[in-house]
Write a new protein. Structure first.
Lengths: 120, 108
């Protein structure tokens, strides 16, 4: 069974940094583009960033470009999001998601999420 | 950038009733890029519909998607207790950003 498990969330002060991770299992990680999607408390979903299987296709939402960096380690079946210069508005649950590919054009597997709280 | 507007914000219905949720795009989009997700309280979203019409794996047939151009609809034919949740539409697009609507809550 395909599974994504996030870790690394926590409380960080404004201006601080944090790296969240996602461990993938149950599918061929190297075959899929992966994304991060976040959800602020009581709010809707916001796509944050994506990376394709060989790192030559990386995109960011305008709200995080220049502050966040997505990366992956295919040998470890892992996805990462390095978050710098964090702001209060970055407070959210961060979900690791699998891009279902051109047949689905949708996110077909979601992790359970990890909460990032930016507060002094 | 495409903006998706979902309506209504909250839909109050009873068990067995039909639910009709709307998702309107700010410009014409390809149906193949419209997806719907269900999110129950305290849970991650789950893919329901992709390509505007196709049900994802293990999704019951009381869920159906329709629409074209700028107007898309998710219909739940007869509400079951487990269907009370928030529903999100998405324009996946040929390239990012992968835009979401603001969500519709279906409540009893």
């Amino acid at each position: 069974e395909a599974q994504l498990v996030e870790s690394g969330g926590g409380l960080v002060k404004p201006g601080g940094s944090l790296r969240v991770s996602c461990a993938a299992s149950g599918f061929t990680f190297t075959s899929y583009t992966m994304s991060w999607v976040r959800q602020a408390p009581g709010k809707g979903l916001e796509w944050v960033s994506c990376i394709n299987s060989n790192d030559n296709y990386i995109y960011y939402a305008d709200s995080v470009r220049g502050r966040f960096t997505i990366s992956r380690d295919n040998a470890k079946n892992s996805l990462y999001l390095q978050m710098n210069s964090l702001r209060a508005e970055d407070t959210a649950v961060y979900y690791c998601v699998r891009d279902g590919g051109w047949l689905l054009n949708a996110f077909d597997i979601w992790g359970q999420g990890t909460l990032v709280t930016v507060s002094s | 950038e495409i903006v998706l507007t979902q309506s209504p914000g909250t839909l109050s219905l009873s068990l067995g009733e039909r639910a009709t949720l709307s998702c309107r795009a700010s410009q014409t989009v390809a149906s193949s890029y419209i997806a719907w997700y269900q999110q129950k309280p305290g849970q991650s979203p789950r893919l329901l519909i992709y390509g505007a019409f196709s049900r994802a794996t293990d999704i019951p047939d009381r869920f159906s998607g329709s629409g074209s151009g700028t107007d898309f609809t998710l219909t739940i034919s007869r509400l079951e207790p487990e269907d009370f949740a928030v529903y999100h539409c998405q324009h996946f697009g040929s390239s990012p950003p992968r835009t979401f609507g603001q969500g519709t809550r279906v409540e009893i």
